[in-house]
Ligand binder design. Structure first.
Ligand SMILES: *Cc1c(COP(=O)(O)O)cnc(C)c1O
Length: 234
């Protein structure tokens, strides 16, 4: 298998696993958008998936690195939806506002204001509030109650449009615990973002996206399962 075939195979495996998770949980696969996390991926591998039209939503965790890649003509010619998924430093917020379509990791009001003010005329920036699911990890994000308050306050902004929550699973959490945490966030999400409007619940990464989709994720973020070289079974 050459490299291109391997990357396409990775994609097909992920796609099949997503469909199976939908089937198990009786969800409509159309409600789920795959966010391809390209932060560690080789350029040629990302281009393979873009050229075949397999991915559109892409996630990067560093502003500079994202700009360097996605403004190059060979990348810029594709119609992509760009998500920022890393920790956003305030001094990079203005640049991020101009470049990205989504900020999936918003966790403070001041940064949101900086984003709102930096947006070019006519541009809407979608934002998800990052929720911290555990107080053990040194993750970014806010505890659920504070995240919900921030989401509520963000609805005052007109050009930054808050449309859901993002969370990262706690290190080493068992599946049952993970389900409980995901389900709790899903419930808050349903209360705060009514069905029918544009909304996203971004849960799940390569290791836990199947559980996340079963628990209601609509925007799983997948990096290594798509782009890693030595996956099991290949
Ligand atoms: C890197 C990253 C991912 C992708 O992780 P994988 O385990 O490689 O799929 C998802 N979400 C966030 C916030 C990340 O930083």
């Amino acid at each position: 298998m050459n490299r291109e075939e391997m990357i396409v195979k990775n994609f097909q495996n992920v796609q099949a696993a997503l469909l199976a998770a939908c089937e198990r949980s009786k969800r409509n696969p159309n409600e789920i958008t795959l966010l391809a996390v390209t932060k560690y991926a080789k350029d040629e591998d990302v281009l393979t998936l873009l050229q075949k039209g397999l991915i559109r939503h892409v996630g990067e965790s560093r502003v500079q690195q994202a700009l360097a890649r996605w403004t190059r003509p060979d990348f810029a010619r594709f119609d992509t939806v760009k998500h920022f998924i890393g920790h956003l430093q305030k001094n990079k917020a203005a640049k991020a506002a101009r470049f990205f379509d989504f900020i999936d990791s918003l966790d403070d009001w001041d940064t949101a204001l900086t984003l709102e003010r930096a947006l070019p005329q006519g541009k809407t920036l979608r934002a998800l509030v990052q929720v911290k699911l555990t107080d053990k990890d040194t993750q970014s994000g806010l505890p659920l109650a504070q995240a919900r308050e921030l989401a509520k306050r963000l609805k005052e902004l007109s050009r930054v449009r808050v449309c859901g929550y993002m969370a990262i699973a706690p290190q080493g959490a068992q599946t049952a615990e993970l389900r409980r945490l995901f389900a709790q966030l899903k419930q808050a999400f349903d209360e705060d973002f009514a069905p029918g409007q544009e909304r996203y619940l971004s849960l799940g990464m390569s290791q836990d996206f199947e559980t996340a989709v079963e628990e209601g994720s609509s925007l799983p973020r997948i990096g290594s399962k798509l782009f890693a070289d030595n996956l099991e079974g290949l």
